[in-house]
Design a protein around this ligand. Structure first.
Ligand code: PBG
Length: 327
């Protein structure tokens, strides 16, 4: 009988050796926790398509932030839900210096100065059409939308945001935004560009959370075609040249090849967005008893690191960081 001389199983014989040769690891500082904020007082609402995930009014947000800090989360990504009467085609409310986003940033930076605050820069929560840009003749006009987005970024920076995160996919927005931030004296405010953001059906639960579903049509004239990876690399390259500090791939799990391609082609921190639909799938299967929630959660998050992600925006941030603390 012939035996193999190479036995890879030797390095898998005990948990000690498995950990010693482990190539990738998760750490709480890998995670960016998305936070949904709504108007009003003393309320916390569960998002029905995102079990265990909530929208908070600002006055009760502190407890949640303290829990995030407690488990080692360093950064939050803020989203606000805007009531219908405040929505219009130009996203006017987005530029309100006393708007919910601006107030939230001020509140958080004042009470939790060490928490790194990122803000979503996009028009859809403010748009009466639920689109990421201004609508004209049934289309989304690029350059006027970019003007609004740049002003929005400056307004978030003024409120104290550490980094702005444009998620709109308009052409040229990073360059215009960088210039606007610099001219306003915010040269230290970073930009995390949603560079490779796909026109994905995995965003459904998020649009429930913010009541931001497009009122007509879809987002295929600005978000990427899920079939394309070369085009994603062109987007990333443009955003880097225009001044992005971090580039993002979104969604996450079905796009690990894109994460890998971006990491291999560019020398810049890469983040990945483990989106609402991915969260909902795991939660739903776990609820049915079909998957082990914690194991599948950790395996998915680790897969992002293996693919090359430096940072992971995920609704599992708190749960995963808490679990890491006990491991
Ligand atoms: C919109 C925005 C979306 C998400 C983040 N920012 C939805 C969209 O493009 O329609 C999705 C996040 C998620 O699904 O978790 N600017």
């Amino acid at each position: 009988m012939k035996y193999p001389t190479t036995r890879l199983r030797r390095n898998r014989q005990s948990s000690a050796i498995r950990e010693m040769v482990q190539e990738h690891r998760l750490h709480p500082s890998d995670f960016i926790a998305p936070v949904f904020i709504m108007e009003g007082k003393d309320q916390k609402e569960e998002i029905s398509s995102m079990p265990g995930y909530f929208r908070y009014t600002l006055d009760v947000l502190g407890k949640e932030l303290e829990e995030l800090i407690e488990v080692g989360i360093q950064s939050v990504l803020l989203f606000v839900k805007v009531p219908d009467p405040k929505k219009d085609n130009e996203g006017t409310e987005a530029l309100n210096e006393n708007g919910l986003m601006q107030e939230s940033v001020r509140f958080i930076k004042e009470k939790y100065p060490d928490l790194y605050v990122m803000t979503d820069v996009a028009m859809d929560p403010y748009s009466s059409y639920g689109h990421d840009g201004i609508v004209e003749d049934g289309g989304i006009v690029n350059d006027p939308s970019v003007e609004v987005l740049a002003k929005m970024a400056v307004s978030h920076a003024k409120a104290g945001a550490d980094m702005v995160a444009p998620s709109d996919m308009m052409d040229g927005r990073i360059g215009v935004m960088r210039k606007a931030l610099d001219e306003a004296g915010f040269e230290h405010t970073g930009i995390m560009a949603y560079s490779a953001k796909y026109a994905s059906s995995f965003y459904g639960p998020f649009r429930d959370a913010l009541d931001s579903a497009p009122g007509f049509g879809d987002k295929k004239t600005y978000q990427l075609n899920p079939a394309n990876v070369e085009e994603a690399l062109r987007e990333v390259e443009l955003d880097i040249n225009e001044g992005a500090d971090i580039v993002m791939v979104k969604p996450g799990m079905p796009y690990l090849d894109v994460v890998r391609a971006v990491k291999q082609n560019f020398n810049i921190p890469v983040s990945v967005y483990n989106v609402s639909g991915e969260y909902a799938m795991i939660k739903a299967a776990a609820e049915k008893g079909w998957l082990n929630e914690e194991e599948v959660m950790m395996e998915s998050l680790l897969a992002f690191k293996r693919a090359g992600a430096d940072l992971i925006a995920t609704y599992f941030a708190k749960q995963a960081a808490r679990l890491l603390k006990t491991m």
